[in-house]
Design a protein around this ligand. Structure first.
Ligand code: CP
Length: 308
């Protein structure tokens, strides 16, 4: 496989290999000298047309930890601002010797287009409302690290599902690992036409968080994506907080010790109350830390493949 564009086409065996490699990478990161030279001679470019803190920075840390050279490009400050097309930009990166391009774009499908026009490997770092495969893989790594098997585990994903590439990519991996997945949010922010399903098992969809959260093993809150929402689509923030904020009272309805997750960046006080966001059940920082190991694994597996 040249590229990583979404989790829907990954087989269970491929995901198992990514998680196993990420465990080895986490061990490398825990050593006093946490760098290796496995990817010496490989050039990784991060090409971000949309803002990012976690994804871009952790890919840079991951690439450098493996000994790769890193080129960082954002739309502002590059020739994208002069009108250069996406295809010309990726071909330019290929021409200067880039092996792997980690790309984020505001348009759904942009990484798929790029992948068809370059022999460099494309890793999707988030495209529009479509997919965010590396986030889903680090979330899966975090959940399986805490819970072991996800077979029959109840995972609630709450918030702005309609615009969430994180929800979609997570649904594919979680269903493949046997979890029962529920999408929850205001009716205006739930998917209208398409709900992921694997082997006939479909994500449940509900507007009732108080009922859905009962006995949940994992509660994942999503960011309200105001930049993607049309006017009038969302309830008032006051109404959203009243019905959908994950707070201490709601979290108590989940299983004791249920995992609380959020891909970040979070609007603290909206999706999560501060006490749960920074409480004992919150795995938000663990997700970020695991992101480095998972991205090291992906770079290692994809760059090794592109060299053969
Ligand atoms: N979760 C995530 O994609 O965060 P960034 O937007 O900071 O990369």
């Amino acid at each position: 496989r040249k590229d990583l564009l979404d989790t829907d086409t990954l087989t269970r065996a491929e995901i198992d290999l990514i998680l196993e490699t990420a465990r080895a990478m986490r061990e490398v990161r825990s050593r006093p000298v946490s760098k290796v030279s496995t990817l010496r001679g490989t050039t990784v470019a991060t090409l971000f047309y949309e803002q990012s803190t976690r994804t871009r920075a952790s890919f840079e840390v991951a690439a450098k930890a493996l000994g790769a050279d890193v080129v960082n490009l954002t739309a502002s400050g590059s020739s994208v601002e002069k009108g250069e097309t996406l295809i010309d930009t990726v071909r330019t990166l290929e021409a200067i010797g880039t092996d792997v391009i980690v790309m984020r774009h505001h348009r759904s499908g942009a990484p798929h287009l790029a992948a068809r026009h370059t022999s460099a490997a494309i890793i999707n770092g988030g495209d529009g409302t479509h997919a965010h495969p590396t986030q889903a893989l680090l979330d899966l790594f975090t959940m399986t690290g805490r819970l072991g098997s996800l077979e029959g585990r109840k995972v609630i994903i709450v918030g702005d599902i309609l615009h969430s590439r994180v929800a979609r990519s997570n649904a594919w991996t979680l269903l493949k690992y046997g979890a029962d997945v529920t999408f929850c949010g205001p009716a205006t922010l739930l998917p209208r036409h398409f709900v992921p399903a694997v082997d006939g098992r479909r994500c449940a969809v509900t507007t009732d968080l108080d009922a859905a959260i009962e006995d949940a093993d994992v509660v994942m809150a999503l960011r309200m994506q105001k930049e993607r929402q049309q006017r009038g689509l969302i309830p008032s923030l006051r109404e959203y907080i009243a019905r959908y904020q994950v707070n201490a009272a709601r979290l108590r309805k989940a299983k004791p010790g249920a995992l609380l997750m959020h891909p970040g960046p979070m609007n603290e006080g909206i999706e999560l109350s501060p006490e749960v966001a920074h409480g004992a059940q919150s795995l938000i920082e663990e997700q970020v830390a695991n992101g480095v190991a998972v991205r090291m694994a992906l770079l290692y597996l994809i760059a090794a493949r592109s060299r053969t």
